[in-house]
Design a protein around this ligand. Structure first.
Ligand code: NAD
Length: 477
């Protein structure tokens, strides 16, 4: 059964004061399965006061006590992984195994940040006089406003939520209206673990109305957003205008460089999984496959065979590998980008037939080759199961194409040459580069982009710093 979702304010689940709701659809069949409460300004005011009082209490708790609650929440989430996966698949569409994997990955993130809470170190700076002590403290920045999307309803939230509360901040999350119930399950785990009132708050509603109210609000001290570059630029401008700290995790258009010395079978196996996971609705999904000319045909043929093996359907069915797109807008976008590329002369290597599927937002795994540079999909993020294969002759040409776009989130390469691997690490303008394996998005390593893909990292030892201020205290005795 699919649960309706309320707002979470001060540890109370409640309807919006206006009683308004937004319908939630199952993307596998377009049917309405429930609804989510739609907050108005009055609800946001309540959430702001809750976050303010939650912050006063939580920021005074010891890091060890905060970490204890976080570890308990992680245990509860692990126990509920099967139940949460069913909820997530119904509203988001991804196969059950991916939904369960996402929930367990969130457990990993919470546990890792619980450890980080205990490793927030300050500094003692040598003083010029013997009677002076120079102390540098790291203090929580204050209540946080976070905005998270629907593609990973739990994992896009958990990185922000865990880092914020590990640092001693409180948080208001504007969750994804398309996929609210699995996000709410994450919050339930923390409530059931005993987190105090007001530390974590969850609202839904009209995204622009909520961000325009929360970002400038004096109670809020830090903003974190995951979503498109266009929206990210607007929110970052508003945060800048009001002197708010800000993390922006935006879109990508990941290049994959495949050299002729690569293990092609390994590359195909890993890249097919990465490309079509979550129907390509992943900010770090490989998109532009740049393949050295003398292995181009061989790679494309193997990749086509791998794509043809992907079973597309309702994510609740046991043997399905790829579910539908999230909504009609996302479906239209991939169709339009594909049509545009074909009209401009691209070659259709493969497109899975989805005409036999029930009414839902299904798009077949699609592979294009020889796509002209002015095709929209060469410049805009497809955010769907669309792979573009292009041949290259020289290393410099591949690097130049990889760096051509304003995006710089993830990049991938396959080569057995240590020399090439080392050079790529220097030459590719990206926040993350994975060579010969898919090693991104673990809690202990940096996660973030450069250029139009945003700034700040949501993983690794720097992640908690985004939720801390530096306070210098010098004392003469
Ligand atoms: P979008 O940017 O409109 O929405 C993404 C998220 O941002 C949603 O949760 C939405 O509710 C929220 N949002 C939108 N406008 C907002 C505003 N003014 N204030 C606060 N939040 C706002 O994109 P979309 O149409 O839902 O998805 C398509 C594009 O979004 C993709 O092409 C991709 O570039 C990007 N996207 C990126 C990620 C990521 O993981 N980086 C995730 C989802 C979407």
């Amino acid at each position: 059964m699919y649960p309706n979702t309320q707002l979470l304010i001060n540890n109370q689940w409640k309807d919006a004061q206006s009683k308004q709701t937004i319908a939630v659809l199952n993307p596998a069949n377009g049917q309405e399965i429930g609804h989510v409460a739609k907050a108005s300004i009055a609800d946001l005011d309540e959430a702001l006061l809750a976050a303010q009082s939650g912050y006063k209490l939580w920021s005074k708790w010891s890091a060890y006590k905060r970490a204890g609650i976080m570890r308990k929440a992680a245990t509860i989430l692990r126990e509920r992984a099967d139940l949460i996966a069913e909820i997530m698949t119904q509203e988001q569409g991804k196969p059950l195994v991916q939904a369960r994997g996402e929930t367990l990955a969130a457990v990993d993130v919470i546990e890792w940040f619980a450890g980080e809470a205990q490793r927030v170190y300050g500094q003692i700076v040598p003083a010029r006089q013997t009677n002076v002590i120079n102390q540098v403290f790291k203090v929580p920045v204050g209540p946080v406003a976070a905005f998270t999307p629907w593609n990973f309803p739990i994992n896009q939230v958990v990185r922000k939520l865990s880092a914020a509360i590990a640092a001693g901040c409180s948080i208001i999350v504007k969750g994804p209206e398309d996929t609210p119930a699995s996000t709410a399950e994450l919050f339930k785990a923390f409530i059931d673990a005993g987190i105090p009132d007001g530390v974590i708050n969850l609202v839904f509603g009209e995204p622009a109305e909520i961000s325009e109210y929360l970002i400038p609000h004096p109670i809020i001290r830090k903003i974190s957003f995951t979503g498109s570059t266009a929206v990210g630029k607007k929110l970052a401008s508003l945060a800048g205008l009001h002197m708010k700290k800000c993390t922006m995790e935006l879109g990508g258009h990941a290049p994959v460089l495949i050299f002729n010395d690569a293990d092609l079978d390994k590359a195909v196996e890993q890249l097919a999984a990465a490309k079509f996971r979550n129907s390509g609705q992943v900010c770090i999904a490989p998109t532009r496959f740049l393949i050295e000319k003398n292995v181009f045909d061989s790679f494309v043929e193997k990749f086509k065979q791998a794509a043809a093996k992907i079973k597309i359907g309702n994510g609740l069915d046991a043997d399905v590998d790829m579910g539908p797109m999230i909504h009609q807008r996302a479906w239209n976008n991939v169709q339009k980008l594909t049509e545009d590329a074909l009209n401009k002369g691209a070659n259709l290597v493969y497109q899975a037939d989805v005409s036999n599927l029930e009414k839902g937002y299904f798009v077949g795994a699609t592979i294009l080759s020889q796509v002209p540079l002015d095709a929209r999909c060469m410049n805009e993020e497809p955010f769907g199961p669309l792979a573009i294969c292009q041949p290259f002759e020289r290393y410099e040409d591949a690097v130049s194409e990889a760096n051509r776009l304003a995006y710089g989130l993830a990049a991938y390469a396959y080569t057995t040459s240590q020399h090439t691997a080392t050079a790529l690490g220097q030459d590719i303008e990206t926040g993350m580069l994975a060579i010969n394996h898919l090693g991104l998005a673990l809690p202990e390593v940096p996660f973030g982009g450069v250029k139009d893909s945003g700034y700040g990292t949501e993983g690794g030892s720097e992640a908690i710093q985004a939720y801390l201020d530096t306070r210098f205290v010098t004392v003469a005795t």
